[in-house]
Design a protein around this ligand. Sequence first.
Ligand code: ATP
Ligand code: MG
Length: 393
Amino acid sequence: MEKIIIIKYGELSTKKDNINFFLSTLKDNIKNVINDDCDIKYDRGRMFLYNVLNYDKVLNKIKNVFGIHEINIGYKLDDNKLSTIENSLKGLIKDKDFKTFKVETKRSYKKYEMTSMEVSKYLGGVVLKNKENISVDVHNPEILINVEIRSDYAYIYFDKENGIGGYPVGSLGKGLLMLSGGIDSPVAGYLSMKRGVRIEAVYFESPPHTSVAAKNKVMSLARILTKYSNYIKLHIVNFTEIQESIYKNIPHKYLITIMRRMMYRISEKIAHKNNCKIIINGESIGQVASQTLTSISCINSVINMPVIRPVACLDKLEIIDLARNIDTYDTSILPYEDCCTIFVPEHPVINPSIEKCIEYEKLIDVDNLIENALKNVETIKIEEKENKFNDVL
Ligand code: ATP
Ligand code: MG
């Protein structure tokens, strides 16, 4: 009998033709977080971690891996004979303290000599005989004894823990997250990773109007998100020249609209260059003047790449709850100024017109400004390891 970790995939197991790609991505992602602390094998229904050196450490790591729906610590038996299952179970329940239980059996090996019901009934009898003062409770048992029978072995497990679900990060390709220091965009990044998108991030800074502290804050947010994806590439764009030029030349009502059109154009170019198929941002319908439906469509019209807005239909309070759950909230509310907030006009336009934007953009040198900004992009690879290092310090 060997102690193992059993991983269930949930939604993933509904994938048919490309399931192997999803599973090999999941295996790689697990391997990345646990290094060489165990061996991994899998089939269409389950993934198994063998030779685990430190269970707490491995469990703690895999609980943040997308694509895992359930995690069980279990025992792989040498064969699938009923006598082997019986003897192993007797040994396993000896030290367990419980008053009620239920046995649940699954057979992926349909030629087995007994049905699942018969096995459960038989093993239930075994448990009752080997422990005093206990009873079966099929509705609300204190412990659930799971037995799974395969063609050449069986395994038993008791406790189950929920994984975080979703698809393995990277199984759906890459997207570029517009990451500001606010509350919304880190949550948008988390939600898109949950659907299997590997993210790179872009941050627009305007030194000296924005501080180094503001940039560090964005780097910290990216680092928190690496909990779910091993590493994140962060592209930092110097936006000062663009912002000053807009501020100087364009009617102030349209500052934010034009500024965001410039951000979108640059993001699309960075996304193409880095093989990202979509742009992701933290826009939420109606939250501010630049997020009315007219504003969104006016801003979006400058690019062709799809823009995914995972928090578009959430209330701010719902977004805050998520931010708290993923530990980005406390960092997001640090009071460093963002490049948008410095140049915010008193009365930004709520229903901008595309024609006006085109007219106003003639007042600045759009192409040249974009070209200059792209020339000086600073790209850093943010890794979780630095997190550990900082923790030690
Ligand atoms: P808040 O939580 O305060 O709303 P926010 O980040 O959502 O912060 P908004 O001004 O509402 O701020 O911006 C909408 C979206 O545009 C952000 O979620 C983010 O995706 C993107 N964005 C805004 N500013 C920047 C920036 N400086 N760099 C990169 N992306 C940005
Ligand atoms: Mg917002």
